[in-house]
Design a protein around this ligand. Structure first.
Ligand SMILES: Nc1ncnc2c1ncn2[C@@H]1O[C@H](COP(=O)(O)OP(=O)(O)O)[C@@H](O)[C@H]1O
Ligand SMILES: N[C@@H](CC(=O)OP(=O)(O)O)C(=O)O
Length: 455
């Protein structure tokens, strides 16, 4: 049995949904179909999920939401009409949106989550109806009824162990299951969404639960490339990549597959196949436990912006027992997670995703570090990107860091931070984000384009 997930670009229009129907029809082992909300039909288009987030924000600000509601319903109406799916599905979508908007007893986060999830939930209902209309016996499956139980706030949204047992029953379904991605329900019945791009996580959870032969992830590119094709021209295609290489790359910018989607399939050693809805016969990229050797030590290079650094200095910091713990405790109490902590003898930098910060929180944290830890200096700096080189071949390849640093220096950029992962499958360079793309291209040129004396 296969689990096949179709992302927003694959379900963005009637034309695209026709393609996924052909893909499902072509292989009877595609029995569990995970779908996202309609995504972009062009670069200028807006994803349904983004419209729903705007709708939630307008409702919370007591603004008139009719225009936005009609814009969302019109998207589904156009798809339903072009697929000749009856009017009743559009009416049910309209009623569903109204019901979610009236659910004012929820907290702000719960209200937003409930509206965000409407995109996938209604698209799954529409696609299941369409499949049945064209002779593909299918049923919409609500995550609550299926048992996709997730953790409670403030934990990050993750499937609980018990969810996998209940979800394993899906493998016995006679019909094709059309399952909305992106959300689950807590034990107490509250809806929670995964992070953005989270339909990949749903597919991974279901693939692990039913012990799928493969988890197919259909998107709008032929494969995973060794660099983001929107930044580097015609990057090299990757046939095979390991789970941990993909985790490092997707965490830091390879948005083609969600980094949190790797753990469920890794635990069950289920291969993932990244394929193109618009070219389904292309082999795509396989994410596996072990792969055949690559030509070079580096498998992929990626960059991710939106990072800040918290710099703290105190003389003899390295001698003060518990200083690091107390510093990280302050961040934990402020609900701030961190990425890397490069440090010296008397100072430490903590790399943090900027979206967690605001002026008032930063001032409070700096004050606490100075007062409670008696630090000499503490301040935040913003506008950084992390450039990540990843490859299973790195750990037995000398001089990589030097080659990368030399390539970065050719761009005139300053290296603000270097961090070698203890797994030795990645090395991270912190740079100012305005230099991100030029550095990415220079590193790609160094490790993939040139015939190197080193190779
Ligand atoms: N290394 C990479 N290889 C392939 N695609 C990548 C890579 N890095 C970023 N992308 C981008 O990821 C996009 C697919 O992800 P996404 O937009 O989430 O699609 P979907 O709607 O199918 O989920 C591609 O169109 C591509 O521009
Ligand atoms: N629609 C949700 C979930 C998702 O995974 O979408 P996509 O498959 O288009 O990345 C979002 O935009 O985050």
């Amino acid at each position: 049995m296969k689990v096949s997930k179709f992302g927003g670009t694959s379900v963005a229009s009637a034309e695209q949904i026709n393609k996924i129907a052909s893909i499902v029809k072509a292989d009877p082992s595609r029995k569990i179909i995970v779908v996202s909300a309609p995504g972009k039909r062009s670069n200028e288009d807006i994803k349904i999920t983004d419209l729903l987030i705007n709708l939630a924000e307008q409702a919370l600000e007591q603004k008139d939401t009719i225009a936005l509601q009609n814009q969302i319903i019109a998207r589904y109406k156009m798809i339903a009409e072009e697929l000749f799916v009856g009017r009743e599905i559009v009416e049910s979508i309209s009623n569903d949106l109204s019901r979610r908007l009236e659910d004012t007893h929820l907290t702000k986060d719960q209200f937003i989550d409930q509206l965000k999830a409407a995109g996938e939930d209604n698209n799954a209902k529409l696609i299941a109806a369409y499949f049945n209309n064209i002779g593909l016996p299918a049923q919409y499956m609500n995550p609550k009824e299926a048992g996709l139980i997730v953790t409670d706030f403030p934990q990050p949204t993750q499937a609980t162990e018990e969810a996998y047992n209940k979800l394993s029953e899906l493998q016995h379904s006679e019909k094709i299951i059309v399952f909305p991605g992106f959300f689950g329900f807590t034990k107490s019945g509250l809806l929670r969404t995964f992070n953005r791009g989270g339909s990949d996580i749903t597919g991974s959870i279901l693939a692990a639960a039913v012990n799928a032969s493969v988890y197919e992830n259909f998107t709008d590119v032929d494969c995973v490339f060794s660099a983001n094709p929107k930044v580097v021209n015609s990057p090299m295609e990757i046939e095979e990549i390991t789970y941990r290489e993909m985790r490092e790359l997707s965490y830091a910018g390879f948005s083609v597959f969600h980094d949190e989607a790797l753990m469920p399939v890794y635990k069950e050693q289920i291969p993932v196949n990244i394929k193109n809805t618009n070219n389904p016969l292309a082999a795509g990229t396989f994410i596996v436990a072990e792969r055949k050797k690559n030509k070079g030590p580096i498998t992929g290079i990626t960059a991710d912006s939106g990072f800040s650094t918290l710099y703290v200095s105190k003389y003899l910091m390295n001698r003060e027992l518990g200083f690091g713990r107390k510093l990280l405790q302050i961040l934990e109490e402020e609900y701030i997670s961190y990425e890397h902590t490069p440090s010296g003898l008397d100072d430490i930098s903590i790399i943090i995703r900027s979206h967690q910060l605001n002026k008032e929180k930063e001032e409070r944290i700096v004050q606490r570090i100075v007062n409670e830890l008696e630090a000499e200096e503490a301040y935040f700096r913003h506008g950084f990107s992390m450039i990540v080189l990843v490859g299973e071949g790195m750990n037995n390849s000398t001089g990589l860091a030097a080659r990368a640093a030399t390539a970065i220096s050719r761009t005139g950029a300053n290296i603000e931070m270097i961090n070698q992962g203890s797994s030795e499958v990645s090395i991270v360079f912190g740079v100012l984000q305005e230099k991100e793309h030029v550095i990415l291209r220079e590193l790609y040129d160094e490790f993939f384009s040139k015939v190197n004396v080193y190779s």
